[in-house]
Design a protein around this ligand. Sequence first.
Ligand SMILES: Nc1ncnc2c1ncn2[C@@H]1O[C@H](COP(=O)(O)OP(=O)(O)O)[C@@H](O)[C@H]1O
Ligand SMILES: [Mg+2]
Length: 153
Amino acid sequence: MRNIQSFESDSPEDTESIAAEFAKKLKPYDFIALNGCLGAGKTKFTSGIIRLLCENDDVTALSPTYSIMNKYSCGGGVINHFDFYRLKSVYDLETCGFFESLEGKNLTIAEWADAVKIDYKKYIAGNYYLVNIKIDPDEKNKEKRYIAIEKIL
Ligand SMILES: Nc1ncnc2c1ncn2[C@@H]1O[C@H](COP(=O)(O)OP(=O)(O)O)[C@@H](O)[C@H]1O
Ligand SMILES: [Mg+2]
């Protein structure tokens, strides 16, 4: 049986709260794959995780669009936040520190994880969570998001 939790978000703040609640169970070595279209809220969701784990409401996750990775150090732990949207090749994936991050004692978060056709399961040392965020184009409330969190490993 698949282990999926579904949430409805009505605002960016809601998405951050859902992410923060989810983050309470995260441990070093865990991997979070974030999928969903541009503007779905993957970076917002990441902000929610970082705010909880860093115990700092002022920290905001920035899109690591140009660097591929942003590193957040907080409370003795490290969070590596990747964005594969602009990843051009497997070479980029190998050189951006992603595999080292999966093996290391830190949390790894990757936006656009499904843009890379690899079997993440092979490389993950901790738990593997797949987060999908959907926008319903017919929805009157333009801030409505459907968030599904699945525990894969
Ligand atoms: N319910 C919601 N959850 C998350 N973001 C929302 C929501 N409603 C509106 N937004 C807006 O959508 C945008 C999401 O941006 P971002 O998190 O950068 O998306 P992504 O990283 O998926 O491209 C932000 O401008 C945010 O304010
Ligand atoms: Mg983003």
